[in-house]
Design a protein around this ligand. Structure first.
Ligand code: NDP
Ligand code: 2IT
Length: 449
């Protein structure tokens, strides 16, 4: 599929010619370009001065060797990346992902998406992403530290509190941020907010750990109230994954009175009709770094099923994919629709395949793309940057109030753009347009750079 508009189609072809082997980046770009069709028709000036030609090209793409020594003293080599995609709105900002599937296409799609997500938050932050094909799973703490120090021994020269501020993503949590930030401070002889997601005792913000999952539920509440006169209360929910985003989405959904009955990891999924025991799941996945199958052996009445995609066959009202990209296929989307799901909110970046999104948009299901739904994480990262810059430390309540207000504003920005461009209630179009318009205006204002 290509955009119907000739100019948008030309942009898509250009990107594919330049980067023929980056399918995830093509997918993210196609979603944006199709959503921009009404912009080209109604406000073509927003795409003048080569805005789109410039937007699809990262400002800087860094790839580097990461050599480190494992527990046996053997030398290991991984590949490190940082894509500094767009700084029109502020310093580059985005997470680091450590996972064996990381490659330049994944990093590029994530950095591209981040640019529009960060725009939607309303905060002055540009878009970036980075990571490595290093797999923290099964590694000792010392091995992870050795890898993180080597990774930072190159990355440090490219980042800084006003330049580029990395954070976590898949495989990069509190432990990894600590090792990375410690090495950054040592190399630079400076303690500044060059990373977010730091420990509370080292300039980190209250609520950053919870922010993405909580933000997802705050968005859901705003959306269900605004468009369906409803709420999460009493809803049956499926949340895939059991990492940082999933765990805190489960916790907040339960606090809102929802029944979360399924969760997963890369091996399989659990069903617990009585509602997930959050403390037990956290103990297994966050504290013990174990497998989700152990949940079923410790919790009477719960069952474990091999393979991740089966989770979408479990009937639910609301689906919140929170594991990884393209985890909802066309078939899984069809199962969710057949089972009567009323809303799908992307906690993971680009959770749904392109054809799955097309199918969902034909149905009266509320669909929220990741750039809007999961923006709570980077939003609190932005608040962490503000606290660091002002040498301040805000209370949990203050940050939580701000997060709720930001997620509610994102919902309204998306809906307002959807209405303005003739697609009321279409949050896919609204999120992409609202995110794009701000970046495009900032780029036009700064001239051709
Ligand atoms: P974590 O590493 O904490 O957790 C990832 C979870 O997803 C784990 O349960 C993992 O299972 C599962 N998973 C990872 N890769 C795959 C795969 N290829 N197939 C199936 N399951 C997989 O990561 P986060 O919770 O931080 O990130 C989850 C998603 O949310 C990602 O898409 C990320 O980009 C996005 N996100 C994260 C934010 C953050 O601040 N952390 C902010 C916004 C979005 P296993 O334990 O078996 O590896
Ligand atoms: O995808 C994302 O928004 C993140 N991984 C969080 C980025 C950040 O800088 O907090």
């Amino acid at each position: 599929m290509t955009p119907e508009n000739d100019y948008l189609s030309h942009i898509y072809d250009l990107a594919k010619q330049r980067d023929p082997h980056k399918p995830e980046f093509h997918q993210a770009l196609l979603e944006l370009l199709i959503a921009l069709t009404p912009v080209i028709e109604k406000t073509p000036s927003l795409c003048k001065r080569g805005i789109l030609e410039r937007l699809i090209e990262p400002e800087r793409l860094i790839q580097f060797r990461v050599a480190w020594r494992d527990r046996d003293g053997e030398t290991r080599v991984n590949r490190g990346y940082r894509v500094q995609f767009n700084s029109a709105l502020g310093p580059y900002k985005g997470g680091l992902r450590f996972h064996p599937t990381v490659n330049s296409s994944i990093i590029k799609f994530l950095g591209f998406e981040q640019t529009f997500k960060n725009s939607l938050t309303g905060l002055p932050i540009g878009g970036a992403k980075g990571g490595s094909d290093f797999d923290p799973r099964g590694k000792t703490d010392n091995e992870v530290m050795s890898f993180c120090q080597s990774f930072m021994s190159e990355l440090f020269r490219h980042i800084g509190a006003s330049t580029d501020v990395p954070a976590g993503d898949i495989g990069v949590g509190n432990r990894e941020i600590g090792y990375l930030y410690g090495e950054y401070c040592r190399l630079m002889n400076i303690s500044e907010g060059a990373m977010t997601g730091k420990g509370i005792f080292a300039g980190g913000s209250m609520l950053r750990t919870e922010a993405t999952g909580y933000g997802l539920c705050y968005f859901a509440e705003s959306m269900l109230a605004g468009l369906r006169n409803g709420s999460l209360k009493g809803k049956t929910i499926i949340i895939s994954g059991s990492g940082n985003v999933a765990l805190y989405a489960i916790k907040k959904a339960q606090a809102f009175g929802a029944r979360v009955i399924a969760a997963s990891d890369s091996g399989g999924y659990i069903i617990d009709e009585s509602g997930i025991d959050w403390a037990l799941l956290r103990q297994i996945k966050e504290r013990e770094r174990g497998r989700i199958s152990e949940y079923a052996s410790r919790k009477p009445g719960a069952s474990y099923h091999e393979g991740c995609s089966g989770i979408w066959s479990v009937p639910c009202d609301v689906a919140m994919p929170c594991a990884t990209q393209n985890e909802i296929s066309l078939e899984s989307a069809q199962q969710l629709i057949n089972n009567g799901a009323v809303a799908i909110l992307e906690g993971s970046n680009m959770s749904c395949t392109f054809d799955a999104v097309q199918l969902i948009m034909e149905e009266p299901v509320l669909y929220v793309p990741a750039k809007a739904a999961n923006a709570g994480g980077v939003a609190v990262s932005g608040l962490e940057m503000a606290q660091n810059a002002g040498h301040a430390s805000w209370s949990y309540e203050k940050v939580d109030d701000m997060l709720q207000s930001i997620m509610n504003s994102i919902f309204h920005r998306c809906i307002d753009a959807a209405v303005e461009y003739g697609h009321p209630e279409n949050l896919l179009i609204g999120a992409n347009i609202a995110g794009f318009v701000k970046v495009s205006k900032a780029m036009a204002w700064q001239g051709v750079v």
